[in-house]
Write a protein that binds this ligand. Structure first.
Ligand SMILES: [Mn+2]
Length: 271
């Protein structure tokens, strides 16, 4: 019965997903199922952190919807769609299986994908480019509103310090701002490193995940593409029949996110 709808729905050429973080409470499995239903594809690339073994070692949250996500992906592979799993750092246990096939899903460390318009893109999770905080927790980023709140909080704090007779001036907002700058530098370093790697390999660009910040950008003539995540922003990259790549935000109700030149702070999940 589902096949009727599937036949009616035009297939996209490729689907790129990353950072689904199955096994965590934050995973937006229902929205992903909804997205998958609307986007049959000739090939599906799962670009890392699909199952969050790190989080699961602390506590497991495995819902029916998450189960269905796995079933739907296996079903795609069974029905002749190409499905490739590229492990990330949260599912690095699967890296031992690179080069093998299970349930008709290929497991690979990385893939060089050629788009319909002939561009060669490196598909890789991206933790390999995360030099700054490679083994550290993600830096939470504060938005404008939080910043304004801090400015006001700081006025109060200064008053308290004066009352207590503490000399000097210490800016809480300034401190927060430096933290944000550090986080942004981290992202720029990551993007540059990814693109540099693709260039050294003679490729036209890179499709990755890991930092939970979806984008399609041109960096020095190369394509930098990030799939985003399914714990907060619910984003995916789609390749159409003509090779055009599109970033799809699946019903993300966050207009303030655009005003903020920082990644959506994924509260529960570290990269
Ligand atoms: Mn990751």
């Amino acid at each position: 019965m589902g096949s009727f709808y599937r036949a009616a729905m035009p297939k996209v050429r490729s689907l790129f997903l990353s950072d689904i973080h199955l096994g965590t409470r934050a995973c937006q499995a229902e929205r992903l199922l909804d997205f998958l239903r609307e986007h049959p594809a000739e090939q599906t690339f799962l670009i890392g952190d699909i199952v969050d073994f790190w989080a699961m070692s602390r506590s497991i949250c495995w819902t029916q919807a998450q189960n269905t996500v796995v079933q739907k992906l296996l079903r795609r592979a069974r029905h002749g769609e190409r499905v490739v799993l590229i492990p990330g750092n949260h599912d690095e246990a699967l890296r031992d299986y690179c080069g093998t096939v299970f349930g008709e899903i290929e497991v690979a460390d990385e893939v060089v994908h050629e788009t319909a318009d002939g561009r060669r893109l490196l598909l890789i999770h991206g933790d390999q480019f995360d030099q700054v905080t490679r083994h550290h927790r993600w830096v939470a980023v504060l938005g404008d509103q939080a910043y304004n709140l801090l400015v006001r909080l700081n006025l109060w704090l200064s008053w308290v310090r004066r009352k207590l007779g503490r000399p000097g001036y210490w800016s809480l907002a300034g401190y927060a701002k430096r933290k944000v700058k550090t986080a942004l530098n981290f992202i720029f370093d990551f993007e540059e490193s990814a693109v540099r790697h693709a260039r050294e390999r003679g490729l036209d660009g890179v499709v990755c995940g890991h930092i939970h910040w979806a984008t399609i950008r041109d960096i020095d003539g190369l394509a930098y593409i990030n799939c985003g995540d399914w714990v907060d922003s619910c984003t995916a990259i789609v390749e159409h029949g003509d090779g055009r790549l599109e970033l799809i935000a699946w019903g993300a109700p966050a207009p303030q996110r655009q005003a903020l030149p920082a990644p959506a702070a994924s509260t529960a999940v570290e990269v």
